[in-house]
Write a protein that binds this ligand. Structure first.
Ligand code: ADP
Ligand code: MG
Length: 367
């Protein structure tokens, strides 16, 4: 495919006027293919846009996904906060995407910015917490029934445990024998891990708009002062629980090692990172969250970690059909790294809860 020609053609379908002058592939991000395309507008000024070729293998319902994104970004823009916001361009027939053969294209305003792939300092973590908290806050009055559940049961922890049990019973590649200890631990914490799901089923936690991929690299930062500009990568926006976003952000950012670090005994929760993220997040959300939601934030970190452990372990047992692996035991290493983190979170649960309470008090005193 001649990319210059293709991207120029796609831009035209999104009604961009002006002259296409070139593109640059953006290497960050490992799900979609992302390009900055450059134009000279009819008024003679240069302007960039972002084009993405959506990975329709990972996202099976791209049209529903785009409808979710369109509604959510429209809602945020309707608040007219004056802040930078994402804007998805429309085609002549008002669609937010162009399908050509196997390719699914979308076009977004380009925001000059930097991203960080790992924790570089506590201020960046705090600002990321603010960004995800602000996203949550801006959508707190959104009518959740308008959103598709594009990945059904994504964080239904009871169902994830059921899937692990089915994998164990099937044992198709004979791996169950070597993972007995991992299975025993995960089953021993099942009720604790599923508490969030159970509380939701009992009607004690509200459904909200959740982002579902709250990694720091999904926040664009201002290169001058590292303030957060906007949350991106809205492919997994769905109805969910606030703890899903908070818990997964902590699971990823506050782990002392990377998600698949082979020396998993070193995995554990960095309470300073936890505090920084919680401070930013709660500064924006303390007023809108219910007491029950606040009370389950620390627990949700454990929940998301245990839940992902069950997914990695089930995948390992089934012979790695889902997650990409770089070596044979990759899913086992991932499982054990997450289990080590989950155990450490159990040990520090009281401290995490206390930090959440302090951050709430702090936020309420400020507002
Ligand atoms: N609106 C935007 N403006 C500028 N850069 C962006 C924008 N959206 C995404 N990017 C850049 O492209 C990268 C990948 O985008 P993302 O939507 O996160 O895709 P992926 O799902 O592949 O992670 C981001 O990490 C960021 O560097
Ligand atoms: Mg991303």
């Amino acid at each position: 495919m001649d990319m210059n020609k293709k991207l120029a053609q796609v831009s035209k379908l999104f009604c961009i006027e002006g002259t296409f002058v070139g593109y640059r592939t953006i290497q960050v991000g490992n799900v979609n293919k992302t390009y900055e395309v450059r134009f000279i507008l009819p008024n003679g000024k240069p302007k960039s846009f972002l084009i993405q070729n959506v990975n329709t293998y990972a996202f099976r319902n791209p049209v529903q996904l785009m409808e979710n994104i369109d509604k959510v970004t429209e809602h945020i823009r309707s608040k007219k906060t004056g802040k930078i916001a994402l804007h998805f361009h429309h085609t002549a027939d008002r669609k937010t995407y162009v399908i050509d053969g196997k390719n699914f294209w979308r076009m977004i305003n380009f925001i000059p910015s930097v991203t960080y792939s790992s924790v570089i300092d506590q201020q960046v973590v705090c600002n990321a917490g603010k960004a995800f908290g602000e996203f949550q806050m801006q959508l707190s009055d959104f009518d959740i029934t308008q959103l598709y559940e594009t990945i059904p049961g994504f964080h239904n922890t009871r169902q994830r445990y059921e899937q692990l049990r089915q994998a164990i019973a099937a044992d198709p590649v004979g791996r169950v024998a070597e993972v007995q200890e991992d299975i025993a631990y995960l089953l021993s914490v099942e009720d604790l891990a599923c508490k969030l799901t159970d509380l939701f089923n009992e009607g004690k936690l509200p459904l909200r708009v959740t982002h579902n991929d709250t990694k720091i690299n999904n926040v664009l930062f201002n290169p001058d002062d590292n303030t957060a500009l906007v949350v991106i990568d809205l492919d997994t926006v769905m109805p969910g629980l606030v703890g899903h976003d908070f818990g997964d952000a902590i699971r990823f950012a506050a782990n002392k090692v990377s998600e698949d670090f082979p020396g998993y005994e070193k995995a554990g929760v960095d309470l300073e990172v936890f505090r920084s993220f919680a401070e930013g997040f709660l500064e924006m959300t303390a007023d809108t969250l219910t007491p029950a939601e606040i009370d389950t934030l620390a627990l949700s970190c454990f929940t998301l970690t245990a839940e992902l452990s069950t997914r990695f372990l089930a995948d390992y047992i089934l012979g790695d059909p889902y997650f990409n692996i770089k070596y044979e035991e990759h899913n086992l290493v991932r499982t054990r790294c997450q289990i080590a983190l989950a155990k450490d979170m159990q040990l520090h649960m009281a401290e995490m809860e206390q930090i959440v309470r302090q951050c709430v008090e702090h936020a309420k005193a400020k507002s």
